[in-house]
Write a protein that binds this ligand. Structure first.
Ligand code: NDP
Length: 299
């Protein structure tokens, strides 16, 4: 049996971060412009804290202006909205990211809607979602854009390929489907009501899994030679019963990796695949936002 080629997210994320650092240095030298990113965290969710720290560290390493606002979990919605308003008006800040999920008493939609679409580097404002769906230039959600970079770097020209996206979330499934369509793929979006999901998946030259169910997509759902992009991040107990009994967990994707390796042509590992691209694309989006706000062409 042939083995799929691994799509190593580390390589592509490092390359993109290096390109961003070059762009930042050039913007500073040519225009006196330093792209600025503000990240807002409400509460102390441990996973969110790790993501937020990583975003701050990588933006500083790329030479950007970086600000992190940590607010207590019981912050009233109007206080968060006021902070977003201040960041919208701050000329040193070109990108605003409010880390999700937010505490239950805060309405996520209201907060996302309050971010200026020009500074919406997470690409979740309806204006950016609408622009993406209309094929207009938009700030695009980071993980979907990361998936596309990995596909273009490995598969190359995607034109005419059959793509199946499993998952239809606003965060991942829908935008990745829009981007695949822009790349001239024939796109199917599958979800929890899709009938005979294995048969739908088997049609895919490109299979993107964004479900949130550990190892749901089995090897015999995959067309031989397909490119498999596994967005899923799921915490499960270790297979080793001793480690599992000690309560230790590990991260796996939505695809049964071992089985998929035997069938696919390309595959992203979890961890080490798509997840690493997300922050790198966030930095790129911040540079794009800064350029547009300064009236420069997007890079
Ligand atoms: P959501 O829970 O918002 O969406 C999951 C989607 O999967 C829904 O559209 C749902 O369908 C569909 N689904 C659920 N169960 C099934 C099933 N049995 N068969 C077919 N479809 C199903 O998740 P997200 O899109 O936010 O995230 C998906 C995964 O990606 C998660 O594991 C998440 O942790 C990970 N993720 C990773 C990121 C990264 O940086 N790598 C960033 C963001 C997310 P329906 O709409 O019908 O309910």
């Amino acid at each position: 049996m042939s083995q799929a080629k691994l799509i190593d997210g580390k390589i592509y994320a490092e390359r993109l971060r290096a390109q961003v650092a070059e762009q930042v240095a050039k913007l500073k030298a040519d225009h006196g412009l330093q792209p600025g990113l503000a990240v807002v965290l409400v509460g102390a969710d441990p996973a969110s804290e790790i993501y937020v720290r990583s975003k701050g560290e990588h933006s500083l390493a790329a030479g950007m202006h970086s600000v992190t606002h940590k607010l207590p979990a019981d912050t009233p919605q109007h206080d968060l909205l006021r902070l977003v308003g201040e960041l919208n008006a701050d000329p040193l800040i070109h990108g605003i990211l409010v880390q999700l999920p937010l505490p239950k008493h805060i309405e996520e939609r209201a907060v996302l809607a309050a971010i200026s679409p020009d500074k919406d580097v997470d690409g979740l404002h309806v204006v950016n979602a609408g622009r993406l769906a209309s094929g207009l230039p938009a700030l695009t959600p980071c993980t979907p854009l990361g998936c596309m970079i990995l596909l273009k770097e490995t598969v190359g020209d995607l034109s005419g390929l059959r793509a199946v996206v499993v998952g239809r979330s606003v965060l991942v499934g829908r935008p990745v489907a829009q981007l695949l369509l822009q790349s001239d793929c024939t796109v199917t979006i599958a979800h929890s009501r899709t009938r005979d999901l294995p048969a739908v998946c088997r049609e895919a030259d490109i299979l993107v899994a964004a479900v949130g169910r550990p190892r749901m997509i089995r090897g015999d759902w995959i067309k031989p030679g397909a490119a498999v992009i596994d967005v899923g991040i799921n915490r499960v107990p270790f297979d080793d019963p001793v480690k599992a009994a000690a309560g230790r967990t590990k991260v796996v994707g939505d695809v049964h990796f071992k089985e998929a390796m035997e069938v696919a042509g390309w595959i992203t590992p979890v961890p080490g695949g798509v997840g690493l691209m997300t922050v790198a694309v966030l930095l790129q989006n911040t540079v794009t936002a800064a350029r547009r706000q300064a009236g420069l062409e997007a890079s």
